[in-house]
Design a protein around this ligand. Structure first.
Ligand code: ATP
Length: 204
């Protein structure tokens, strides 16, 4: 079983940027919760079948894929539907993560989970790495990348676990306030540490 480093952080903190650097420089396999969340409801999946039998065929677009905007509206306006959907998808996502972890071939894997803290997925990981940014930088990067205004960016951030809550479960922290070039030295140090930890883990 691979050694699993959970990588988390708030919106636009730099998780994807960091994960790509681990992959490009050190060949580390990356498992992305956002991609898995889409796979479990792709066309032909059991997840999509369950959703369309509960909400009717109108929840599908004409090409048979999920109408995400419609589903978002449905769960946004009804707590019971939201609970039902989470009850369906969360176990599927967790199972798929386990399968992908088992398939990984690098010495350790990065499991990128934006809502690791909120969804309590730490128990799938051996260690948690938090990408941390100050709120000003986070707001700016969110507004620029997602073309949202200050109020929208603030409310997205407010709906997530706080910076302090994330840092409280961190074993390691990457600071991503400054420029990209300051990331690689931090990543290189962590990579060395994770190689050692994963080797120790194997021999135990
Ligand atoms: P989300 O979970 O919201 O998808 P994320 O945590 O994966 O976001 P990224 O997509 O890696 O974050 O980064 C968010 C934005 O900030 C991107 O546009 C990225 O190019 C930019 N960014 C990340 N790190 C830096 C940095 N060190 N310097 C400049 N820009 C950065």
């Amino acid at each position: 079983m691979s050694y699993v480093v959970g990588l988390t952080g708030g919106i636009a903190s730099g998780k994807t940027t960091v994960a790509n650097l681990f992959n490009q420089h050190f060949g580390i396999d990356v498992i992305d919760a956002d991609i898995i969340a889409r796979q479990v409801v792709e066309k032909g999946s059991k997840g999509l079948e369950s959703i369309s039998s509960r909400f009717g065929p109108n929840i599908l677009l004409s090409d048979g894929t999920l109408n995400r905007a419609k589903l978002r509206d449905i769960v946004f306006t009804c707590e019971e539907n939201k609970t039902w959907l989470n009850g369906l998808l969360h176990p599927m996502i967790r199972e798929k993560m386990k399968v992908d972890i088992a398939k990984a071939s690098s010495q350790y894997v990065l499991l990128v989970v934006p809502l690791l803290v909120e969804n309590n997925l730490q128990n799938l990981t051996d260690r948690v790495l938090v990408v941390d940014v100050d709120e000003q930088t986070q707001l700016q990067r969110t507004m620029e990348r997602d073309k949202v205004n200050l109020g929208q960016a603030q409310s997205i951030i407010a709906a997530q676990a706080s910076r302090a809550e994330k840092l409280a479960i961190a074993d390691d922290v990457i600071k991503n306030n400054a420029k990209n070039k300051e990331l690689l030295p931090q990543i290189t140090e962590l990579h060395k540490k994770y190689l050692e930890l994963s080797m120790r883990n194997r021999s135990e």
